[in-house]
Write a protein that binds this ligand. Structure first.
Ligand code: A3D
Length: 320
């Protein structure tokens, strides 16, 4: 059977890291696409030359021609610009919306059957626009954010509790921005919910609140340290987890930006929700019950995403 074909649209920091991970995990052959000639070809050749040492045979191609992504099984989109210190994700909207238009048209023309994972920020509005521009089925287009935000939350919690990250599960829902919603009630250590761990004296409510806030600020913390761009190792790993769930039909239950039509009382918009990812793409949205406080936070986040969607409609009339 032929190896799966994985197209990476955008060969910058995340795109290059994605290509390396695909190769190391032998998930399939890679086509790295970018508008800047030389970068995708150079990164593809560099990674291919690590094959003999690592022992992988995945083919690596770099290109500036959309025709080369033909028939891709998965497309991961990072094309656009990242933020710099002092910028919010929302500041990227105007420029990245135009990028989503060209990327959507390229995918529609050459890889209409692909499972598409968008990473470009501001995430929830960009994945919504990308789905509209591409015309692909909504269950085949999703956004990566919740896996990363939850991984950051899990990392901070494992440090606080002194336990393996493997035993910490966490859910961060809502839009990928300052209003994201880390759900402490649905986050656990080996099944023990965080509020119970506070009662058991494993941590204090103040410390937990600080971890929640650090999770919300997780992207900005890295931007502040790097100064020249945003995070790329953990974002790439998170998207690979989603791609692998699709390619191997794993039915993973992962939070991601998915098209809600009825779930969580939403209609026709993308926001971070728990989903099941398998060979059918986003096979299910898990409509968990939110309590009063969680609902207030989730609605606040949804409203922030709606504001960005309205801004997109103002820029590009075809989205209205
Ligand atoms: P960067 O290293 O700048 O790579 C972006 C690449 O996109 C560059 O190589 C550009 O040449 C290329 N590009 C620009 N326009 C186009 C186009 N029209 N078609 C094809 N390629 C194009 O950025 P990065 O890889 O660090 O980040 C990429 C995106 O991911 C940014 O928008 C970030 O804000 C976003 N991001 C999202 C998360 C989430 O959790 C959602 C996390 C980190 C970064």
């Amino acid at each position: 059977m032929a190896r799966p074909k994985i197209a990476l649209i955008g060969a910058g920091q995340i795109g290059g890291t994605l290509a390396h991970l695909v190769a190391l995990k032998e998930l399939g052959d890679v086509v790295l696409f970018d508008i800047t000639d030389g970068i995708p070809q150079g990164k593809a050749l560099d990674i291919a030359e690590s094959g003999p040492s690592e022992g992988f045979d995945a083919a690596m191609t770099g290109t500036t021609d959309y025709a080369d992504i033909a028939g891709a099984d998965v497309c991961i989109v990072t094309a656009g610009v990242p933020r710099k210190p002092g910028m919010s994700r929302d500041d990227l909207l105007g420029i990245n919306l135009k990028v989503m238009k060209s990327v959507g048209e390229g995918i529609a023309a050459h890889a209409p059957d692909a499972f598409v994972i968008c990473i470009t920020n501001p995430l929830d509005a960009m994945v919504w626009a990308l789905q509209k521009f591409s015309g692909l089925p909504a269950n085949k287009v999703c956004g990566m954010a919740g896996v990363l935000d939850s991984a950051r939350f899990r990392h901070f919690l494992s440090l606080e509790f002194g336990v393996s990250m493997k035993d910490v599960t966490a859910f961060v829902l809502g839009g990928h921005g300052d209003t994201m919603v880390p759900l402490t009630r649905y986050s656990t250590v080996a099944g023990i919910p965080l509020p119970d761990l506070v009662q058991m004296g494993w941590t204090t409510q103040d410390k937990l609140d600080a971890i929640v806030q650090r999770t919300r600020d997780g992207g900005a913390e890295i931007v502040g340290l790097l100064k020249t761009g945003s995070a790329y190792y953990a974002p790439a790993t998170s998207a690979i987890e989603m791609a692998e769930a699709y390619l191997k039909d794993q039915k993973r239950l992962l939070p991601c930006a998915a098209h809600c039509s009825g779930e969580f009382g939403l209609d026709g918009m993308y926001v971070g929700v728990p989903t099941v990812i398998g060979a059918g793409g986003i096979e299910r949205i898990v409509d968990i019950k939110l309590d009063k406080d969680e609902k207030v936070m989730f609605d606040n986040s949804v409203n922030a995403v709606k504001g960005l969607m309205d801004a997109c409609k103002g820029i590009d009339g075809s989205l209205a």
